[in-house]
Design a protein around this ligand. Structure first.
Ligand code: FAD
Length: 294
């Protein structure tokens, strides 16, 4: 199998790779293969091999919102790493970006050209592809606000351009399917230097969010109610822990891995939080993070 993947151009193969090494919460078992894909040319052949060998697969970005179990996974994690940058138009600025770039690096790069709009998202630790799939956002701005179209590689239909109007984007939600790998995106930005906003939002983030290994906010904020973090805090759950997984005392919507937290510690903690918040406020919290299904 390793030999077959080795025949694909520009792919780095890691066998029996421990996902906890790259997960932002430091949790995840060994997976049979991690494939790091440099560009889209190798995708059709990869699809053929995966279909022929009947392998299970999952797309990953930087694992800042995706929780893996910590047992052995007999499948393939596909990490798309293309970070190409193409400048298509000047006014308004239109750019085409490879989905593997880190969102924060992209924002810093755009600032050099005085292309602005994405500054409130600075500091979100994921990749651009992960941000689009999750419709990541902060301070009232979401990545979807800037999208013109995306290119995906569908494991059923091959390469496809999907216009923004064809995608259902919601709060931390997109209708992009789990077998569609986002390879690039065209963004429409503004021509304006907003360097000061980068410092401003990084400062707020530093003050507001806890340090330590986490997946960011675990739950979505319910509509017409207090934010999830406040509800969890008001349910008396700050510092509540299962094993080495603990509810942050700085921001109760964060679960921190203190040292050796296990997948099941986090899983149990999520369920305890949901139950307690439901009992106290009659509100069913919904997870923002994803749990890998492989
Ligand atoms: C400290 C911290 C702070 C955070 N703050 C915020 C915040 O303010 N706002 C916010 O919205 N989020 C926040 N997050 C969550 C997270 O960073 C974002 O959701 C991010 O966009 C996820 O990107 P990723 O590359 O890590 O994706 P992953 O976690 O690797 O994957 C997330 C989902 O995207 C899919 N995916 C990844 N790449 C692709 C691709 N190329 N094509 C198709 N599917 C893909 C995966 O299959 C999975 O379903 C925070 C996380 C942390 C740890």
């Amino acid at each position: 199998m390793r030999k077959i993947f080795g025949e694909i151009e520009e792919v780095v193969i890691r066998e029996n790779f421990s996902l906890n090494k790259i997960s932002s919460i430091g949790i995840g078992g060994k997976i049979k293969y991690l494939l790091k894909i440099k560009n889209k040319n190798s995708l059709p052949i990869l699809k053929e091999i995966i279909e022929k060998e009947k392998n299970k697969y999952v797309f990953i970005g930087k694992l800042t919102n995706l929780l893996f179990p910590d047992w052995y996974l007999n499948g393939i994690a596909i990490q798309y790493q293309d970070n190409s940058f193409e400048h298509l138009e000047e006014n308004p600025p239109i750019v085409k970006i490879g989905a593997g770039i880190s969102l924060t690096n992209l924002i810093l790069k755009l600032q050099k050209f005085s292309f602005s709009g994405l500054e409130p998202l600075i500091g979100i630790p994921g990749s651009l592809g992960g941000a689009i799939k999750m419709n990541a956002g902060a301070f009232g701005v979401s990545i979807a606000d800037f999208i013109k179209e995306i290119e995906v590689f569908s494991f059923r239909e091959g390469f496809k351009i999907i216009k923004k109007e064809e995608i259902n984007f919601g709060y931390r939600y997109s209708s992009i399917k789990d077998d569609e790998l986002i390879v690039s995106v065209i963004l429409i930005l503004k021509k304006e230097s907003q360097k000061h906003l980068i410092t401003k939002y990084l400062k707020i983030r530093n003050e507001k969010f806890p340090k330590g290994k986490s997946l960011g906010c675990i739950f979505k904020n319910p509509t017409n109610n207090l934010p999830a973090g406040k509800l969890i805090e008001n349910a008396g759950l700050k510092n509540f822990r299962v094993g080495d997984a603990i509810i942050s005392d700085k921001h109760a919507n964060f679960i921190i891995n203190m040292k050796r937290a296990k997948f099941l510690d986090v899983y149990e903690l999520i369920h305890i939080v949901k139950e307690k918040v439901y009992k106290k406020f009659n509100i069913l919290l919904e997870e923002e993070i994803k749990i890998a299904n492989i």
